[in-house]
Every structure is written in structure tokens, then in C-alpha cells.
Design a binder for this molecule. Structure first.
Ligand code: GLP
Length: 246
């Protein structure tokens, strides 16, 4: 089942999404959270950090597994997702760094990197709540439009559209890595609950395609229609084309 929560703006979207994660942690203090990067969840992470600082949220028993990482970027590279997560969340909450996991982009051999990450996820006992953003082409994690749904953690060649979209974070487009390690679609679908966040008019079209269009690997997020427990939190702009359908 898909629940849609329409917030009026980015701040409200961030708080509402933080409510979903808060509820999860209240219900199960030792939850395994699947986390995402990108600009969309930053407000949500700030909100979680504030609630933790106030003593309203406790991450001491939480384990996290991130969706993806650029291949080739070291942990101290400020564009790596490892760096992003430490900067935007882990350094601001009472989580044990040993319980945080991001695919290791420094492992050269894709087979080794992906198998290692699947083993890490399996060792957590399974993801309770997976947070997702969504790419303009419907990618989740870094699973790009393809002929088949990639099942497990895999190494992807990033599409031109994703490289262009993410170039804004790098000094020049040539610096954007062309490959990434990402959880697969089955890895994501195995999570007990999914929380997807989207804001801005740029995401309106893809939200409609993903949740009201055909289920196809050409729109990777469309597979979420088959998941039993999905919550989509977006702002009014992102929901512009689906507000009459929900
Ligand atoms: C990247 C990440 C995705 C993210 C997407 C959208 O490609 N790998 O996990 O959902 O960007 O990013 P943004 O939230 O900045 O629009």
C-alpha cells in the first residue's frame, strides 16, 4: 500500500518525513535504517539531529546502511557519500560510528565490493525502514533505467542525465564519477518499510510516472508500487501532477 503525505513546502516535508523515522525508532530502538543521500533528505537529517539534541530521539542502538556510493571516491573526498553522511547526520547524532555502513567506493573489484555490501546488509538482520530520494529519471539509489531490474548490490554506469544532475556538487563535470555501487532493487524491496521523499516541481512528472504509470525497469521507482508499505512525503510542487489522484 502507498500512503501519500503532501506537505506545503520543503521544511514541512522534512519534518513530516522525520516523523516517520521517529515513529520507527520509538517502536523499535534498535532499528536498521537504510539511508539516502542527495539534496532532498538534508532537511530531514537536520530535523533528526535537532530532535536527537533535544533528547527526543535516541540513535544509540540504531544501525544504518546507505544505499549507494560513487566508485573511486575515498572517504575523505567531500563528494563521497561516506563524507556526506558523516557531515549531514552521523556527526550530529548519538550513533555509534561502528554501526554505520556505506558501500566502499575504494574497492576496485565490483564483485568484491558488492558481495561485501550484501553480506553487511544480511548481517544486520534486514532493513526495517529504507529512506529513498528519487532521480529525475526515476532512479532509486543509483539503479538507473534499464531493461531489467538489477536485483542485488551492483556496479552501475551512471547515465548522462544523472551525471549532469549531480555535476552541481563537483568543481567540473569531468570530476563526476561515471560509476557507482548501489543496493539493488531487490535489496531495497526487501526493506520492511519504505519512505520516499521528493520536493520541487522538477520531481512532479517522475512521481506521476513512478506511482501511477506502468511498472517497468525503465522507471526503477515504479517497482515500489509492488511494495506492501510505502510512504511518499513530498511538497506541493512535487505533488502537483498527482494531487488529484491520491
Ligand atoms: C543521487 C542519489 C539518489 C538520490 C538522487 C536525487 O543520484 N544517488 O539516492 O535520490 O540523487 O537527488 P536529489 O535529492 O538531490 O534530487
Amino acid at each position: 500500500m502507498i500512503k501519500f503525505i503532501c506537505a506545503k513546502d520543503y521544511d514541512e516535508m522534512s519534518r513530516r518525513a522525520a516523523n516517520v523515522i521517529s515513529a520507527q525508532l520509538i517502536e523499535k530502538a534498535d532499528s536498521v535504517l537504510g539511508l539516502a543521500t542527495g539534496s532532498t533528505p538534508i532537511g530531514l537529517y537536520n530535523c533528526l539531529a535537532e530532535r536527537c539534541a533535544m533528547g527526543d530521539l535516541d540513535f544509540s542502538k540504531v544501525t544504518t546502511v546507505n544505499l549507494d556510493e560513487y566508485k573511486g571516491l575515498t572517504h575523505d573526498n567531500d563528494q563521497s557519500y561516506y563524507y556526506f553522511m558523516n557531515k549531514n547526520l552521523f556527526s550530529k547524532i548519538n550513533i555509534d560510528p561502528a554501526n554505520t555502513n556505506v558501500p566502499d567506493g575504494t574497492i576496485e573489484d565490483p564483485e568484491e565490493a558488492c558481495a561485501k555490501y550484501e553480506a553487511i546488509i544480511a548481517a544486520t538482520g534486514g532493513i526495517d525502514l529504507q529512506l529513498l530520494g528519487i532521480g529525475h529519471n526515476g532512479h532509486i539509489g543509483f539503479n538507473e533505467p534499464a531493461d531489467v531490474f538489477p536485483k542485488l548490490t551492483n556496479c552501475v554506469d551512471l547515465t548522462e542525465s544523472t551525471i549532469n544532475a549531480n555535476a552541481r556538487f563537483f568543481a567540473s563535470i569531468e570530476d563526476v564519477p561515471t560509476q557507482a555501487y548501489t543496493m539493488g532493487i531487490q535489496t531495497i524491496m526487501n526493506a520492511k518499510k519504505i519512505l520516499l521523499v521528493a520536493n520541487g516541481a522538477g520531481k512532479a512528472e517522475i512521481l506521476k510516472k513512478s506511482f501511477f504509470g506502468d511498472i517497468t525497469p525503465q522507471v526503477p521507482a515504479s517497482v515500489l508500487q509492488l511494495h506492501p508499505d510505502v510512504t511518499v512525503v513530498g511538497d506541493e510542487e512535487a505533488f502537483a501532477l498527482i494531487k488529484d489522484l491520491i
